[in-house]
Design a protein around this ligand. Structure first.
Ligand SMILES: Nc1ncnc2c1ncn2[C@@H]1O[C@H](COP(=O)(O)OP(=O)(O)OP(=O)(O)O)[C@@H](O)[C@H]1O
Ligand SMILES: [Mg+2]
Length: 278
């Protein structure tokens, strides 16, 4: 099926299905998508549609009792069914994650520099001094002012937006090929959200990483994604280029989602693709 022979896709998800055995509920069904290096796939859909389960299955982080089926290939290697040890080697290194709530992912008792350095040392080894220097560089890369001093600060000494930058720095420290972002800006106010989105776009441009970007907010996805998958009840109801989805949605459900985007009421704040789609 590959058009350009020999060229492996970075991430290929095929017929991914996730079932909770106890309740026999299938929360993700037959999801198929592909992300190339440097590209961003936006995964949108209402709460409970299965976005996070799709991401967690991709990273081998499903909660106990949830069983994946289908295929998740990363540079051609099947990840589903990979032993924990092997998956842990990939996760945080080649595939890194950014979640909604940085406070629950950061340890309050260690400096952020220490934690970023740990993320590096866990995968690459080497000495702590060098890792701390890389931590400062990563913090500088995500434009935390005065990074050389801020590495020695604790999570609570940062604002919400700066903490999310710390998480992005931690995700970037091993220079991953794929960044999985699950609602990374949802907890932030609109101005900070816009800054983080711009930062992610810049980071992607400089590092060439691919991105799986999850959000319930179509306005956000229109700002970051090249292609979009719209999910509902665990299934993809529509997928296509961002341009197609925003200007010529084929499905009624996608149209409803577009109509329900709060900022549609306020032309001034509308991202261009959605403004044009109106
Ligand atoms: N332990 C569980 N047992 C059974 N079903 C579960 C369990 N945990 C989650 N689910 C169900 O899985 C479905 C998909 O959840 P998921 O977290 O992927 O949704 P989501 O699209 O990320 O929603 P949100 O936008 O609120 O984050 C939901 O309907 C949820 O109720
Ligand atoms: Mg979710």
């Amino acid at each position: 099926m590959t058009s350009d022979a020999g060229e492996k896709a970075m991430l290929e998800v095929e017929d991914l299905t996730v079932t909770f055995r106890a309740t026999a509920s299938t929360v993700v069904q037959d999801m198929t998508f592909r992300i190339d290096k440097g590209a961003t796939l936006g995964l949108v859909g209402e709460s409970g549609s299965g976005k996070s389960m799709t991401a967690l299955a991709t990273m081998g982080l499903l909660p106990p009792g949830a069983e994946p089926a289908g295929s998740v290939r990363f540079w051609g290697e099947e990840l589903l069914g990979l032993p924990d040890r092997a998956m842990r080697r990939i996760r945080g290194d080649r595939i890194a994650m950014v979640f909604q709530d940085p406070l629950s992912s950061l340890n309050p008792y260690y400096t952020v520099g220490f934690q970023i350095a740990e993320a590096y040392l866990a995968h690459r080894g080497g000495n702590r001094r060098q890792a701390m220097r890389l931590a400062a560089e990563a913090m500088d890369q995500v434009r935390i002012p005065d990074a050389g001093r801020r590495v020695h600060h604790y999570p609570h000494q940062f604002s919400g937006g700066m903490r999310q930058r710390v998480m992005i720095a931690m995700a970037l420290v091993c220079e991953p090929d794929l960044l999985v972002c699950d609602e990374p800006t949802t907890a932030l106010d609109v101005t900070v959200q816009a800054q983080i989105l711009r930062l992610l776009a810049d980071v992607q441009e400089t590092t060439g990483a691919g991105m799986l970007f999850i959000t319930h907010d179509l306005a956000v996805v229109s700002q970051v994604a090249d292609s979009v998958v719209v999910m509902r009840h665990g299934r993809a109801v529509e997928q296509g280029t961002a341009e197609q989805i925003f200007s010529r949605p084929a499905e009624e459900y996608t149209r409803q989602l577009l109509d329900a985007t709060p900022r549609l009421d306020d032309d001034v704040d509308l991202p261009e693709p959605i403004r044009e789609a109106r």
